[in-house]
Design a protein around this ligand. Structure first.
Ligand code: UDP
Length: 238
């Protein structure tokens, strides 16, 4: 697994919703399950993960409630780091070496974000967990997923979804005629305003020809299969 190896490298985006199971705080059973599924791919695939934080705070919501937007966004970013530490713990319990890299310096709990070092970790079969978003207010962790994937040279961004297994023509929870779209271009997604990831993130993927797959994390072994390259859910390309 050393120099010259052309292993598959993926950037997995896990939203706060995945961590919280739709509630505030941590759904530890789910985090453990995801960690075990990731562990099953280590050695075969190089895995980096961008972690969301919506299960703790979303800056836009706190700002709606009257807080200063930037301060609220920093709270949102700090929330992602708690998710990172939880995921790190369950991955280590599953026998995986991990590093958390934070975009906001907090040396006691995480390394700094150093892209070349992140690549080196992956080459050594360590799973790298990116926390604190971009370290910048007004950004989202979706955008960070696209940016980190590009900077560490991932082959694909894998968007793990909770409660839905891909992109649909309409909301499958309310519309029985909604159909799964298996192949989508970024232009279509942007024009039809399909909620794949936010628009900034999609534009970044489009401009840099980065492939994305949106899949449901709930099925048995889905996370493992997605990381290993199985075609699932919706594939989004240029
Ligand atoms: N955030 C930010 N800059 C970033 C990434 C995140 O300000 O680069 C803040 C923002 O307030 C956001 C919160 O962190 O609402 C949690 O991230 P996000 O909403 O993207 O998490 P997810 O939707 O994936 O749970």
């Amino acid at each position: 697994s050393e120099a010259g190896g052309k292993r598959r490298r993926v950037l997995l985006k896990l939203s706060g919703e995945v961590f919280g199971g739709g509630k505030v705080g941590l759904d530890t059973a789910t985090v453990r399950n995801i960690a075990e599924q990731i562990a099953a791919t280590v050695g075969e695939v190089e895995v980096a993960i961008v972690v969301g934080g919506g299960n703790f705070f979303r800056g836009a919501e706190l700002s709606q409630a009257g807080m200063d937007r930037s301060r609220a966004d920093y709270m949102g970013m700090l929330g992602t780091v708690m998710n990172c530490l939880a995921l790190q713990d369950f991955l280590e319990q599953a026998g995986v070496d991990t590093r958390v890299q934070s975009a906001i310096s907090m040396a006691q709990v995480a390394e700094a974000y150093i892209p070349r070092r992140a690549i080196r970790h992956m080459e050594k079969d360590r799973v790298v967990i990116f926390g604190a978003g971009a370290g910048l207010p007004y950004f989202s962790t979706d955008t960070v997923a696209a940016q980190r994937a590009l900077e560490v040279g991932a082959d694909v961004v894998l968007m793990a979804k909770s409660g839905v297994d891909g992109v649909y023509t309409a909301d499958p929870k309310t519309n029985p005629d909604a159909e799964l779209i298996e192949n989508l271009t970024y232009d279509e997604a942007l024009q039809r305003n399909l909620r794949v990831m936010d628009q900034t993130a999609m534009t970044m993927c489009k401009d840099n020809k980065l492939e994305m797959m949106v899949f449901g994390m709930e099925g048995e072994g889905n996370v493992t299969r997605a990381i290993k390259g199985e075609r699932m859910g919706t594939r989004v390309t240029v």
